[in-house]
Design a protein around this ligand. Structure first.
Ligand code: HAM
Length: 415
């Protein structure tokens, strides 16, 4: 019986992997330039980490985590996001003791048991960045400048940044109560999910697609910000305006994780259908302390690689071969096999196929692979100590000595 991949878990094949590499390399280059260092954290953590970080009442923790008991009974979870793991690693490894500020980035697979659809998978990949130890609005603005630079570098013109402020422990409780009262008064008209949310997590009422129309006049956090949060948010937006980074205020954005405070943002792109968020992030000043660490503020983002690839919609051409080695016959094959190794060592991208093929079929294959040159190694050439170099574009042929450095020189000259 044929065994297929698990629903929501997909293969990324050649043709698409080239786009992934380009995205990842561009991100690495940019992040390193902005002072970030890479961190690699495990794919599995204790369930408790995500429950405490993201919040017990979020959809992610309530419905979407892959959780299982280890043999010793420990409840383990495949990470649904990277921030909690990075903060755990930051605390556990005492990074706060080494540097006052840590700027960390990561790339990797995340797992959420959502209903699969276009742009939504159960295993997906994020490029994420976290700054720990900076409270100032400059760093929030810098993250968004970095993202704008990234989208420009990729040629992704349709990415739009939405921003909001979610207040802090001083001003959010009063807003939360106001929103709770608002929703309570409209209980009858709101969906079953929202009815559950009213007491447990009223902010999530604003996120409900079913009730969006019915809550248009709901109070919003930006009207309740304390002086410090108001000033922080104004400065972030002023810095972005001065840098001509366009951001749209979305006062109803609440994000799907409970650790956020102050700046929150989402990046949306056109043409992706319902799953149009290619990234999101924000500030989480209380998270490090709530996970048992020191009182250190944090801010960061994560981009969804699958959605970035969909938004880019440019199939990448596979890298062409420099050389195709065509041995003609068995004795030539062994010599050509060694030559191929030597030429690859010299840095040529090269393919070689077995000697029991006609020259015609070798040339057809070389053409298919887009090889610029074919090295024909036949018995006659072998006895003369030479190879024939055929230029596939110019259709010219020349004979060169059968040694790697002279072949490389001849190929480079002809290129
Ligand atoms: P998030 O908004 O939950 O934030 O996820 C970030 C991005 O991951 C989304 O915008 C989306 O592109 C992608 N994503 C999420 N779920 C899926 C899925 N099922 N299939 C495909 N792509 C998906 C976070 O995860 C936060 N940790 C971001 C952050 C970092 N905040 C502060 N620092």
């Amino acid at each position: 019986m044929k065994i297929n991949a698990v629903k929501g878990f997909r293969d990324v094949l050649p043709g698409e992997t080239e786009v992934w590499s380009r995205l990842e390399e561009a991100a690495r280059r940019l992040l390193i330039g902005y002072g970030y260092a890479e961190i690699r954290v495990p794919a599995v953590e204790r369930r408790e980490l995500f429950a405490r970080a993201a919040g017990e009442t979020t959809d992610i923790v309530e419905k979407q985590m892959y959780t299982f008991d280890d043999v010793d009974g420990t409840s383990l979870t495949l990470r649904p996001e990277g921030t909690a793991s990075v903060v755990r690693a930051y605390i556990e490894n005492g990074l706060h003791g080494r540097e006052p500020v840590s700027k960390l980035f990561y790339l990797g697979a995340m797992f959420r048991r959502e209903r699969p659809q276009k742009g939504r998978f159960r295993q997906f990949h994020q490029i994420g960045a976290e700054v720990l130890g900076r409270e100032d609005p400059l760093v929030d603005a810098e993250l968004l400048v970095l993202l704008a630079e990234y989208f420009a570098a990729l040629g992704l013109a349709t990415a739009r940044i939405e921003i909001n402020s979610l207040g802090c422990a001083a001003c959010r409780p009063a807003y939360r109560e106001e929103l709770r009262r608002y929703a309570e008064a409209r209980k009858q008209t709101l969906c079953a999910d929202c009815n559950r949310r009213i007491e447990r997590n009223p902010l999530r009422v604003l996120d409900c697609k079913l009730d969006a129309e019915r809550t248009l006049d709901a109070p919003v956090m930006v009207d309740f910000l304390c002086a410090a949060c108001g000033e922080h948010f104004r400065t972030v937006r002023a810095l972005l305006a001065a840098e001509s980074v366009a951001v749209t205020l979305n006062p109803r954005m609440v994000r799907g994780l409970d650790y956020y405070c102050r700046t929150a943002f989402e990046i949306v792109a056109e043409g992706l259908g319902a799953q149009n968020a290619i990234g999101g992030g924000g500030r989480y000043d209380g998270l490090v302390a709530s996970l048992g660490g020191p009182s250190v503020p944090g801010v960061g983002f994560a981009l969804g690689v699958e959605r970035l690839v969909l938004a880019l919609r440019v199939p990448e051409a596979a890298a062409p071969f420099d050389v195709f080695v065509a041995p003609l016959g068995d004795p030539a094959e062994a010599r050509a096999f060694r030559l191929a190794r030597e030429l690859r060592r010299e840095g040529l991208r090269l393919e070689i196929e077995p000697g029991r093929k006609s020259l015609k079929s070798h040339l057809r294959r070389a053409d298919k692979l887009g090889a610029a040159f074919v090295l024909i190694v036949g018995d006659e050439e072998l006895s003369r100590g030479t190879v024939v170099i055929r230029d596939m574009r110019g259709q010219r042929q020349l004979e060169a000595p059968l040694d790697a450095p002279s072949i490389v020189r001849a190929v480079r000259r002809a290129q």
